[in-house]
Design a protein around this ligand. Structure first.
Ligand SMILES: Nc1ncnc2c1ncn2[C@@H]1O[C@H](COP(=O)(O)OP(=O)(O)OP(=O)(O)O)[C@@H](O)[C@H]1O
Ligand SMILES: [Mg+2]
Length: 310
């Protein structure tokens, strides 16, 4: 009886029944005690059920297993970018030729040689951000940006980020046959995260696409929010190279606005129409504030590999 009572005593109030007289109780009391104990238990159970949860939890504190309390581990930002593999179709009329589709083409070889030279130059200087622009429209700035990015992305364990900063006439999305996820303006204004904007095409290539023309493009590129966004992409994604496709140098001041935020410029000349005077004017526009990494001769004669200077 005492043993039985001690078990019940764990429930709190019932201990008072336990602590009553044991050996001195008379038969009458001994007969009534079991009923009193049951009644007390029932009352106790009813009382517990009717109490709010907060009170219940103070009676019997719940201890969470230690592993529930550990902070959740997040994949790194590169892994968190939306993944959309490239599904490139063979070029039709007007579709941009891409080196991934023509690996044996001399142009593909030319881009690989350019890639290696650019990567070596960047590594030697500790640089990452390159702007790619042409003197005038249609010379091949986007053609060069996209194909250079694809060539760089074939370097194992590297990371290339290609940003379409030609907000006058964005062309990277259609060249890569990808849907633009958001407006580049919103990204550069800090209204959307790069995590929601950039698309990861492979383990080695991520792209930031433009959905359409933006009126205040150069003001945006001047802004602190654009600068912060570029820094954040650099810091979080840790790319080896950030390539920025830009509008024509002689038509807009966008490249000049971006100059403080980049390490070097690749100028794309069209062998069929760009003049040496245009190249000279581009050099003047850039001034001494940013190094001209090289002049790429697009649509030049020859097998392609020798048609650039870096
Ligand atoms: N070497 C090339 N071989 C074949 N087609 C090319 C070559 N270079 C450019 N093109 C084509 O020429 C057109 C214009 O090229 P691209 O879009 O790269 O020019 P851009 O300098 O970016 O022009 P914009 O300033 O308007 O953005 C595109 O259709 C592109 O596919
Ligand atoms: Mg372009």
């Amino acid at each position: 009886m005492a043993y039985h009572g001690r078990n019940l005593g764990l429930n709190g109030n019932v201990t008072t029944v336990m602590q009553g007289p044991k050996k001195t109780c008379d038969d009458e009391l001994a007969k009534t005690r079991p009923f009193r104990r049951k009644a007390a238990l029932r009352a106790e159970a009813e009382e517990m059920v009717s109490q709010p949860q907060t009170q219940l939890s103070t009676r019997r504190p719940q201890v969470e297993p230690a592993h529930y309390q550990l902070p959740a581990t997040q994949p790194e930002p590169w892994e968190r970018l939306a993944a959309t593999p490239l599904r490139l179709s063979l070029p039709r009329d007007g579709r941009m030729p891409l080196v991934n589709l023509f690996r044996t083409d001399p142009v593909a070889r030319a881009f690989d040689v350019m890639r290696t030279r650019v990567l070596q130059a960047l590594k030697a200087k500790g640089w990452t951000r390159i702007a790619i622009a042409a003197p005038t429209a249609g010379c091949g700035a986007t053609f060069t940006s996209v194909n250079l990015a694809l060539s760089m992305a074939r370097v194992p364990a590297s990371r290339t980020v290609l940003l379409d900063l030609n907000m006058r006439d964005p062309g990277v999305a259609s060249a890569l046959e990808l849907p633009a996820r958001a407006d580049m303006r919103r990204l550069l204004k800090g209204e959307t995260s790069y995590l929601d904007h950039l698309t990861r095409c492979s383990d080695t290539l991520a792209v930031g696409l433009g959905a359409g023309p933006v009126r205040d493009a150069s003001e945006l590129l001047h802004s602190g929010t654009a600068s912060d966004m570029l820094d954040q992409i650099q810091q979080d994604l840790r790319p080896d190279v950030v390539l920025c496709d830009l509008p024509p140098v002689l038509g807009f001041d966008d490249l000049v606005a971006l100059v403080p935020r980049i390490d070097g410029v690749l100028l794309v000349a069209d062998g069929t129409r760009t003049t040496s005077e245009q190249i000279r004017r581009c050099e003047q526009v850039l001034g001494a504030d940013v190094p001209l990494l090289g002049v790429v001769l697009n649509r030049g004669r020859g097998n392609g590999a020798e048609n650039y200077v870096v």
